[in-house]
Structure formats: structure tokens, C-alpha cells
Design a protein around this ligand. Structure first.
Ligand SMILES: N[C@@H](CCC(=O)N[C@@H](CS)C(=O)NCC(=O)O)C(=O)O
Length: 217
């Protein structure tokens, strides 16, 4: 059975878990934390040269990076595809995946780090100035952009779930774990989109392990 290496609360590990669930692929999870000494382990480094999670091990093959893993999964288990067929729609979906993994991650990450990681892993109180700066300056442009990309439907591109939704939903789930959700008065389409996406069976299934881990279970 394939093994996914990485702690479930990582949004990048979550991306892979969602894709695995949507494709009904059975797997085991090895909850490696992306910090030494766990990510210094030579066996892990061979799978993930940068020491980041996730890494994915499939028999004697392994690869790292959530976007690369999603592309691999789609080749090895094509149905249902998480890439639109049309070339331009596919390009848009992979661009939105990149946007979620970079700009949206940079907006949401500091809030999650201060509210959850600092407390749980470093026994530190959250730095409110960092949270305010992210909420005031980083979240609005990222959410404005996504609001403009949505058409009021359930998906960012076309009429089925794609890597764009998996990556965006994963970051919106991180935002939710940090105690936040998009303000429906300011971003109505994004707020509705987040609600239905995070209510999907694959996201709910992942949330069980995440919540258990955050509660120390
Ligand atoms: N582009 C990578 C990003 C992965 C990533 O940054 N993971 C974080 C955990 S959420 C990590 O491993 N950080 C440790 C580090 O940067 O050294 C992907 O999509 O997998």
C-alpha cells in the first residue's frame, strides 16, 4: 500500500490526502513533522530532498511536493481526473493551484502558525501583531482575487473538482482551523464556495485525523 509521509495538519499534506480520497486510493500515513530530527532522517531525505512534507512512497518509487504528487496520482489513477481536459481550463486550474500554494498560503499561514502552531508546538502565546497584519494586508488581496475567479458555482474551473479546488480548499481549511472563515458580506461567493467545499466527504474525512491530532489524540 502506498505511504504518504507528513503530518495531517500540513495544508500540503492535506492536498494529497484529498486527492487520494477523491480517487478512492488506499494509503497509509506516516505523520513525519517537517522539522529536525524527523526530516533529517536519510530515508526521508531520499524521498524529500528539501526536507519538506509531503512525500509519497509507492513501492520502490517515491516523490515529494504536493503538486507533483497530484500529477503522479492522476497518471497512475486517472479516474476521476483532477485536471480539466481542455488545455486552457487545465492551465487555469494549475495556475489557481499555484496561487493557493503561494499567495494564499502566505496569507493564511501566519494566522495558523500564531494561533495553532506557536501554542501547540512552541508553548508560545500568539503574536497578535502578526495576525492583524496578515488579516489586514495579506488576506484581502488574496480573497479579492479568488472572489473574482468564482462564478457562484461549486468549482473554480469547469463543473468538476480539480487541483484548483483541492489546493484552495486545503488553505481555506487551514484558515478555518485557525478560527476564521471568509467574511460573507465582503466575499459572498468565496464564503459560499468554502462552505460547500469543506463540507465535501473527502474534506470531512481528513478533518477527523486533523482534529484528533490537534487535540493530542
Ligand atoms: N511546495 C511544497 C511545499 C511544502 C511545504 O512547504 N511544506 C511545509 C509544511 S506545511 C514544510 O515542510 N515546511 C518545512 C520547511 O520548509 O523546511 C509542496 O507543495 O509540497
Amino acid at each position: 500500500m502506498p505511504t504518504l509521509h507528513g503530518i495531517p495538519v500540513s495544508p500540503f499534506v492535506r492536498k494529497v490526502r484529498i486527492a487520494l480520497q477523491e480517487k478512492s486510493i488506499s494509503y497509509e500515513i506516516n505523520p513525519v513533522a517537517p522539522v529536525p530530527p524527523a526530516n533529517d532522517d536519510p530515508k526521508f531525505r531520499a524521498m524529500s530532498p528539501l526536507g519538506k512534507v509531503p512525500a509519497y512512497e509507492d513501492g520502490d518509487f517515491s516523490i515529494s511536493d504536493s503538486s507533483v504528487i497530484l500529477a503522479y496520482l492522476d497518471r497512475t489513477n486517472p479516474a476521476p481526473s483532477i485536471y480539466p481536459q481542455d488545455a486552457q481550463a487545465c492551465a487555469r486550474a494549475t495556475w489557481l493551484e499555484e496561487f493557493a500554494d503561494s499567495s494564499l498560503a502566505e496569507a493564511v499561514g501566519p494566522i495558523f502558525f500564531q494561533r495553532i502552531v506557536a501554542k501547540a508546538f512552541f508553548q508560545r502565546e500568539p503574536d497578535q501583531a502578526v495576525i492583524d497584519q496578515a488579516m489586514g494586508e495579506r488576506i484581502p488581496p488574496a480573497f479579492d482575487y479568488l472572489e473574482g475567479q468564482l462564478n457562484g458555482g461549486d468549482f473554480l474551473v469547469g463543473d468538476q473538482l480539480s487541483v484548483a479546488d483541492i489546493a484552495t480548499g486545503s488553505m481555506l481549511r487551514t484558515f478555518r482551523i485557525a478560527g476564521e472563515s471568509p467574511d460573507s458580506a465582503r466575499w459572498p461567493k468565496l464564503a459560499a464556495y468554502a462552505e460547500q467545499l469543506l463540507g465535501r466527504a473527502s474534506f470531512k474525512e481528513c478533518a477527523i485525523a486533523e482534529d484528533a491530532m490537534l487535540k493530542g489524540g
